[in-house]
Design a binder for this molecule. Structure first.
Ligand code: DC
Length: 237
């Protein structure tokens, strides 16, 4: 991408980082995946990494608020990210592909719970930074622009109303054959916002230098186009 300002000094890397943060269900993964594919960047879904940690803890019978249990087990978590031909970010937990098991409402709450623990965030920080140090990335999560990649050249806070986000999540889950009620999905979305925005460590918030993009009434194509326009503007020489 020679037309882009690679911000080598600030990031100590010749690569471009696009940080996308925002609340649950805003469409971050859908948008980030498409933008990354269109630009030839690596897409990093950091929520999937927290989900994988949450999944491991649930296998061990450890609850999302069991600080001691999580601290005891975190060193047993060996996570690898594999990018396979299907274009999906596969999560490998201790040698096993758990990609299909981490997308349930239970794992959403587990992920949000373990993500509030210092030891989990510290454990995952290097993994995320290393990916950005070695690739052009579009990375989505909650604290990417504020904590993980504070020097990212592009920061976007992607949001939408809680009703719209719950509706999208509900459609996604029911399309996969899950029997869930909209009311329950809405309650989970609001609970997760509350937990992610109010935790002590690396809470979800909009970085001072992020562009806010409210996609409540935009189509996926419109959001992708807007995102690419922001990236072009921010990385133009
Ligand atoms: O993006 P997601 O819904 O898959 O994320 C699941 C949970 O993981 C989310 O509720 C909070 C946590 N998370 C986080 O704390 N920091 C990130 N960078 C990504 C996710």
């Amino acid at each position: 991408m020679n037309e882009q300002n690679t911000n080598q000094t600030a990031n100590q890397t010749p690569y471009v980082s696009v940080a996308i943060d925002g609340p649950a269900g805003a469409g971050k993964s859908t948008i980030a995946r498409r933008v990354a594919a269109e630009l030839g960047y690596l897409y990093v879904d950091t929520g999937a990494i927290y989900r994988t940690v949450g999944y491991h803890m649930s296998l061990m019978g450890i609850g999302p608020k069991d600080k001691d249990g999580i601290e005891r087990c975190i060193d047993d978590v060996n996570i690898q990210i594999e990018y396979q031909a299907d274009g999906i970010q596969h999560m490998i937990l201790n040698g096993q592909d758990v990609t299909d098991r981490i997308r349930t409402p239970e794992m959403s709450m587990m992920a949000s719970g373990v993500a509030a623990q210092d030891c989990v965030r510290a454990y995952l920080l290097d993994m995320q930074r290393e990916l950005a140090r070695t690739h052009n990335v579009v990375m989505d999560g909650r604290d990417i622009g504020t904590v993980v990649l504070p020097n990212a050249q592009v920061k976007v806070y992607l949001t939408a109303s809680a009703e719209v986000r719950a509706d999208r999540r509900w459609k996604e889950l029911t399309a996969k054959g899950e029997q869930v009620r909209y009311e329950d999905v809405y309650t989970d979305v609001v609970k997760r916002d509350e937990a992610d925005m109010n935790r002590k460590i690396a809470p979800l918030k909009c970085a001072d230098d992020a562009e806010v993009l409210d996609c409540s009434y935009l189509t996926i194509d419109q959001v992708v186009a807007e995102m690419k326009a922001i990236i072009r503007r921010k990385t133009a020489q």
